[in-house]
Design a protein around this ligand. Structure first.
Ligand code: BEZ
Length: 173
């Protein structure tokens, strides 16, 4: 029998977890969370940049009334060990209320957020400066440009017209 800790958990993906699904899951559903918005404010020196030229990847920042769309995955607990390693550069897990789009059902789940207290955090900059930094950065997981373009494509499929991401995409194209 399962122990209570081993119960499958919902994981909300709003960035690379939407399109880079390198973990097993039991179910996946389009989903949304309220009160958060994506920002390319987290530095990446291990995936999409280097310590000398860090890239920028998304995190979430609080934003009243904003709805952020993404994908929710129902996962077994060991998936978090894999993702804790994959996203080790400053991200922490938080509990969140998730709305599953299909049945409008609300579930409790987990997401990864990198806030200003982590050492890789870069914070706000002008859209043009962020685009320039993304255009120049490459890391072990590929170019920062590809990360942005893949995310924009995935958000289009979800109908999430995130102005921050699409403005950056148009500057990069
Ligand atoms: C996500 O796609 O939800 C995600 C983004 C950054 C770190 C971990 C997860």
């Amino acid at each position: 029998m399962r122990s209570p800790q081993a119960k499958p958990t919902w994981l909300f993906g709003y960035g690379s977890l939407i399109y880079k699904v390198d973990f097993p899951y039991l179910r996946s559903e389009q989903a949304s969370i309220s009160g958060w918005q994506r920002r390319f404010w987290q530095g990446s020196h291990d995936h999409r940049g280097t310590p000398e030229q860090p890239g920028r990847v998304v995190t979430l920042v609080p934003a009243a009334k904003v709805v952020c769309k993404g994908v929710a995955y129902l996962v077994e607990n060991d998936v978090f060990h894999h993702l804790d390693h994959r996203e080790k550069n400053g991200y922490q897990r938080f509990e969140i209320d998730i709305k599953l789009s299909k049945e409008q059902q609300r579930v409790s789940g987990i997401l990864y957020v990198a806030d200003k207290h982590n050492t890789a955090y870069l914070g706000a900059a002008s859209t043009r400066d962020i685009a320039t930094q993304i255009a120049r950065s490459h890391g072990p997981s590929g170019s920062n440009r590809d990360y942005l373009l893949q995310l924009a494509e995935a958000l289009r499929d979800l109908d999430d017209l995130d102005p921050h991401v699409f403005e950056l995409e148009s500057l990069l194209r």
